[in-house]
Design a protein around this ligand. Structure first.
Ligand code: PHE
Length: 460
């Protein structure tokens, strides 16, 4: 099989895949999930899931993609197991759902960049009205989708690997600087205690489901993003070290983002249970308290870089359905890109309306008799990231362990190096894929769905 054109180097691949992983998930979603789900206890469960389940799954996804040299549906066919290609189809559904709400938040972020540049530091207090101004916010998210589609239409190596190589280090630096600054703010010690000292009694079923869903979401797993990017990775490159780099970068940036944010939240007199608005409500005030020029530069740069980080993620999500339509349905790349982007933008409109504009979508009642009403955006996130992604991970693990088999997985991971099988990394990978992932993911998926959608709580 011929190798498809792809990333120009391993660093390019890591940059693009880490670009996919690092995004709003790290800086917007992670802190608000921590705030909602019990602080440090959530952080611990999340970290455990990242390393024990998600890292092995990342290696597996990249290996499936590189072996199959195709999109997430075609890759299973190319491996000779076309029955399992439904996993790829589930992944595409998850992509569509995730991008539909992610793009709305990316639009907020881009809008904040514009507001802060124009010196509006009270935008944090105006957040509830800002998100209700749907013409404005809808416009920003439309622009965002157009930018995403434009990059994806350029094709993988040209559009996707260059920007994160430069922008990710800059984002990292600014977060480190802001975190150091935040730790000098009044109330920082209270924040650190909330964030880093776990109260294990806070670990409930809900915390576990959210932590698992978030680990998948943040590492872009369970929907074929890493299968797709893996399909563009050169045969000689080392999958394990790439996956280690991606995982550490992603988890590291999320961790620092929390360290930056909680002192700011507390010093601004806000509640850690701020929900989806947490980052957007607390940061502008902190920038506003700096000297006006500094506030504008640092604040503007922060939201600009966050928009870029979101863009390298949206690009990776859109690339999945597009690569499917191009490979399998023989569509022209540009048609596939613009059609999919438009469809997903339209599908995002209920999420756009669900932050106070429309009472129907803000208090959405879905759950077959279960739970309280929630906003539509949270509902989609519950369905896609907390349910479909772990389900996707569960199926990928089953496939790799019992259908494709460990030997083939290892062969692809190491390019046939037999010594690998005896290393502890290999033993851990094999154990996790065969025993930990199927059982844990399967069990958490079932418990979560029963609890969230049917009101049957088996585990508190
Ligand atoms: N991981 C991205 C983030 O944290 C979001 C994402 C999810 C990207 C799924 C691709 C696939 O922002």
């Amino acid at each position: 099989m011929t190798e498809r054109s792809g990333f120009s180097s391993k660093v390019g691949f890591i940059a693009a895949a880490a670009g996919s992983a690092v995004g709003l998930g790290n800086i917007w979603k992670f802190p608000f999930e921590v705030g909602e789900s019990g602080g440090a206890a959530f952080v611990m469960v999340y970290l455990a899931f990242c390393f024990i389940l998600c890292f092995p799954l990342m290696v597996t996804e990249i290996a499936i993609g590189r072996k199959g040299q195709r999109n997430p549906v075609g890759a299973f066919v190319a491996l000779g197991h076309s029955k399992w290609s439904f996993i790829g189809k589930l992944g595409i559904l998850s992509c569509v759902l995730i991008l539909s709400f992610y793009n709305v938040v990316a639009g907020w972020c881009f809008g904040y960049f514009v507001e802060i540049l124009s010196g509006n530091f009270s935008i944090g207090e105006q957040f509830p009205d800002f998100v209700k101004d749907i013409i404005k916010v809808g416009g920003y998210s439309f622009v965002f989708m157009v930018m995403t589609a434009f990059i994806v239409s350029k094709g993988i190596s040209k559009g996707i690997e260059k920007a994160p190589k430069i922008l990710m280090p800059v984002l990292l630096i600014i977060i480190v600087v802001l975190a150091s600054y935040a730790l000098t703010l009044p109330g920082a010690s209270k924040a650190v205690e909330f964030y880093l000292f776990p109260d294990f009694s806070k670990i409930t079923g809900e915390v576990v489901y959210n932590a698992l869903g978030h680990a998948f979401f943040s590492l872009s797993l369970g929907l074929g993003a890493m299968i797709t990017y893996g399909s563009y990775l050169g045969k000689k490159e080392n999958i394990i070290s790439s996956a280690v780099a991606i995982t550490f970068l992603d988890v590291g940036i999320a961790f620092l983002a929390g360290l930056m944010l909680f002192p700011m939240v507390i010093s601004q007199g806000l509640d850690t249970h701020g929900g989806a608005g947490l980052v957007f409500m607390s940061l502008p005030g902190v920038f506003g308290d700096m000297n006006p020029f500094m506030g504008m530069v640092i604040g503007g740069l922060f939201f600009l870089l966050l928009s870029f980080a979101a863009l390298t993620s949206t690009v990776s999500v859109l690339e999945i359905p597009v690569s499917y339509l191009v490979d399998e349905k023989k569509m022209k790349r540009s048609n596939a890109v613009w059609l999919t982007a438009l469809g997903i933008f339209l599908l995002g409109i209920p999420s756009l309306l669900s932050n106070g504009y429309s009472s129907f979508f803000s208090g959405f009642v879905t759950y077959f008799g279960a739970s309280d009403p929630t906003d539509f955006m949270t509902f989609i996130s519950d369905v896609a990231s907390n349910s479909f992604l772990p389900l996707g991970g569960f199926l990928i693990a089953l496939f790799a362990a019992f259908v494709w088999k460990k030997e083939n997985l290892f062969e692809e991971v190491t390019n046939g190096n037999k010594n690998f099988t005896n290393t502890w990394v290999a033993k851990f990978l094999g154990f996790s894929i065969k025993y930990l992932c199927p059982w844990i993911l399967g069990a958490v998926f079932i418990l979560n769905v029963l609890d969230k959608f049917f009101g049957i709580t088996l585990y508190y």
